[in-house]
Write a protein that binds this ligand. Structure first.
Ligand code: C2O
Ligand code: CU
Ligand code: CU
Length: 500
C-alpha cells in the first residue's frame, strides 16, 4: 500500500494507489505520473466568436478500462475559453447528447437571457446562440451545465470548463501569462471509480446530505499528473470544479501561496497564505515562488465540512456561528493530507518572471453599504427521518427551489446587502449576475481569501455581501442564487430572482 509520504514524495514512476486517504482502495491502477496537460485553449479574443458542442466520449482515467464521459467539444471537460474582459462575443452551443443540457457562464455578468441557467435549456440536437456582452474585470471564470435536478450528475460526467477573461495586460502587470508554461490552469475534481475504471455517480443518502465526494483526485481530468515548470515564479489558476469537496490547499514544504486574484478579479497586492481554502465553484489565482529550483507538491488537507448527519455538534466544536476561528488559520498537517499536484522544477528552463510582483494590478472592492437593499437568506437542511425519506430536505429561507416561483425582485442598478446564514454545515453560496464584496463574516472581519471580488463565498456560519446588479434578468430568464454543493443545489437549495 502506498503511504501518504510516498504520495507527497511525488509519485515516482509506476506509483500505485492514487486514491485519497480513506477511500478504501489499497491498490490503485497503473495511472499517475504522466505529464500534466492543459485543456486546449480556445481563444475568442480575436475572432469574437466560438463554438462548443456537448458530446459523449470515453476516457480511461486509471488504466483499468474506458468509462463513459461527457464534455464540451472534448471527451471530458471542455477547452479553456479565452474571452475579452470587455467586448461582445458570439457563442454557438450545440448539443449532440440525448439529454438536454445548458451552458452557464459562471461569473459572467451578462443579462439573464444569455446566462445559461436552468431556463436556457439546449434540447438534444438543438443549437443555442447567445451573445455574450462582456464588460468586467479580468478573472478566471468557468462554464458548466445547469439543468435543474441534473446539474450534479452532468457536471460530474464532465460538462465543465474554464474561462479566462483577459484584457491582454498581464505582461504589463508582471504576471506570468504563457498558457501551460508559467501560467497553469488547474481544474480540481474528485471522482469515484469502480474496479473496472468506470466513473461512478450513485449518491447515497449521506452523499446527498454531505455532497458527493470522490476517492480520486483529478486535475484537468487526469489522475495523478505531474507538472513540470521552469525555475522562477509560476501562476496557478485554480478552479474547484468538484461537486462538494472543499480543498484546504498548501504546499508540501510550507512555502506560501501568494493569492493575487479571487473569483471575479485580481487583488491590489498579493496576499501570502499558508493555507488556501477553496470551496466548490471558487477560483483562486495564485503565484508560487520556485526561484530556489526545488520541487514541491501542492497538497490538500482532508474535507473540513462537517454537519449534515452529524448535526450542529461539529459546528459547535469548530466554533462556527459567532466569531469562530477563521479558516485562514487552518493548518494542513502533511501527514493528514493528500497530493493534489506534484510540481517538478526543470532548472534548465527559465521563466519570464523571476520575482514576486509587489502589486497584483487589480483592486479590492470597497463598496459602501449605505442605502443598499437588505435581504436575509438562510440555507436550510432538514434533518431526521422525515426529511430523509420525504422531499424538501434542502431549501433557502424555508422554500425549496421551484422553476415557477420568483423568490426575489431586484431593481436594476441597485446595490444589495444580503446576510446569508448556514446553521448546519458550510455551504458555498453563489449568486448569478454579479461580482460581490464580502463585508463581514460572523459579524467580524472578512477572511483574507474573501477580500477580493467574489461570486461564490463559503458560508461558515454567516456572511454579509454587497452585490451590485447592473444587467437585466426578466421573469422568464431569472438569475439564480444557490449552494454550489451540487447535490444541495439539485435538492432545492436554490432560489431565483429578477433584475428589472
Ligand atoms: Cu456555477 Cu448557478 O452556477
Ligand atoms: Cu453562476
Ligand atoms: Cu450546501
Amino acid at each position: 500500500m502506498t503511504t501518504r509520504r510516498q504520495l507527497l514524495a511525488g509519485m515516482g514512476a509506476g506509483a500505485l494507489a492514487l486514491a485519497l486517504p480513506g477511500a478504501g482502495w489499497t491498490r490503485g491502477a497503473a495511472a499517475g505520473g504522466q505529464a500534466l496537460t492543459m485543456p486546449p485553449l480556445l481563444d475568442a479574443t480575436g475572432t469574437g466568436a466560438f463554438e462548443l458542442t456537448a458530446q459523449a466520449g470515453q476516457v480511461d482515467f486509471l488504466g483499468l478500462g474506458a468509462t463513459e464521459t461527457w464534455g464540451y467539444s472534448a471527451p471530458y471537460l471542455g477547452p479553456t475559453l479565452r474571452l475579452p474582459a470587455s467586448g461582445s462575443v458570439r457563442a454557438t452551443v450545440k448539443n449532440s447528447l440525448s439529454d438536454a443540457v445548458t451552458v452557464h457562464w459562471h461569473g459572467l455578468i451578462i443579462p439573464g437571457v444569455s446566462d445559461g441557467g436552468p431556463h436556457q435549456m439546449v434540447a438534444p440536437g438543438a443549437t443555442w446562440k447567445p451573445v455574450l456582452d462582456i464588460d468586467q474585470n479580468p478573472a478566471m471564470l468557468w462554464y458548466h451545465s445547469h439543468v435543474h435536478g441534473r446539474t450534479a450528475s452532468q457536471v460530474y460526467r464532465g460538462l465543465a470548463g474554464a474561462i479566462h477573461l483577459s484584457d491582454g495586460r498581464d505582461d504589463e502587470r508582471g504576471l506570468p501569462s504563457s498558457y501551460g508554461e508559467d501560467d497553469l490552469t488547474l481544474v480540481l475534481q474528485d471522482r469515484r471509480f469502480d474496479r473496472r475504471g468506470r466513473m461512478v455517480y450513485d449518491p447515497s443518502m449521506p452523499d446527498r446530505m454531505m455532497g458527493f465526494h470522490g476517492d480520486f483526485m483529478l486535475v484537468n481530468g487526469q489522475v495523478g499528473p505531474v507538472a513540470s515548470v521552469g525555475r522562477g515564479v509560476i501562476r496557478l489558476r485554480l478552479l474547484n470544479g468538484s461537486n462538494a469537496r472543499i480543498y484546504s490547499l498548501a504546499t508540501s514544504d510550507g512555502r506560501p501561496l501568494h493569492l493575487i486574484g479571487t473569483d471575479s478579479g485580481l487583488l491590489d497586492v498579493p496576499v501570502a497564505l499558508n493555507t488556501l481554502v477553496l470551496a466548490p465553484a471558487e477560483r483562486a489565482d495564485v503565484l508560487l515562488d520556485l526561484t530556489d529550483g526545488r520541487d514541491v507538491t501542492l497538497i490538500s488537507g482532508p474535507e473540513i465540512n462537517s454537519g449534515g448527519m452529524m448535526g450542529g455538534m461539529m459546528g459547535g466544536m469548530m466554533g462556527r456561528g459567532g466569531g469562530g476561528r477563521s479558516l485562514d488559520d487552518l493548518v494542513v498537517d502533511p501527514g493528514q493530507s493528500f497530493a493534489v499536484l506534484p510540481i517538478r522544477v526543470d532548472g534548465t528552463r527559465s521563466t519570464r518572471i523571476d520575482r514576486l510582483p509587489d502589486s497584483a494590478g487589480g483592486s479590492r472592492p470597497d463598496l459602501s453599504p449605505e442605502g443598499a437593499v437588505r435581504r436575509q437568506l438562510t440555507l436550510d437542511m432538514r434533518m431526521g427521518p422525515a426529511a430523509m425519506f420525504g422531499g424538501g430536505r434542502f431549501s433557502i429561507s424555508g422554500k425549496a427551489f421551484s422553476m415557477r416561483r420568483i423568490d426575489q425582485a431586484v431593481r436594476q442598478g441597485a446595490l444589495e446587502h444580503w446576510t446569508v446564514s448556514a446553521p448546519m454545515m458550510m455551504h458555498p453560496f453563489h449568486v448569478h449576475g454579479t461580482a460581490f464584496q464580502v463585508i463581514r463574516e460572523n459579524g467580524g472581519p472578512v477572511s483574507a481569501r474573501n477580500r477580493g471580488w467574489k461570486d461564490t463565498v463559503l458560508i461558515n456560519g454567516e456572511a454579509e455581501i454587497l452585490a451590485p446588479f447592473p444587467r437585466v434578468a426578466d421573469k422568464d430568464n431569472p438569475y439564480m442564487f444557490h449552494c454550489h454543493i451540487l447535490e444541495h443545489e439539485d435538492g432545492g437549495m436554490m432560489g431565483q430572482f429578477t433584475v428589472t
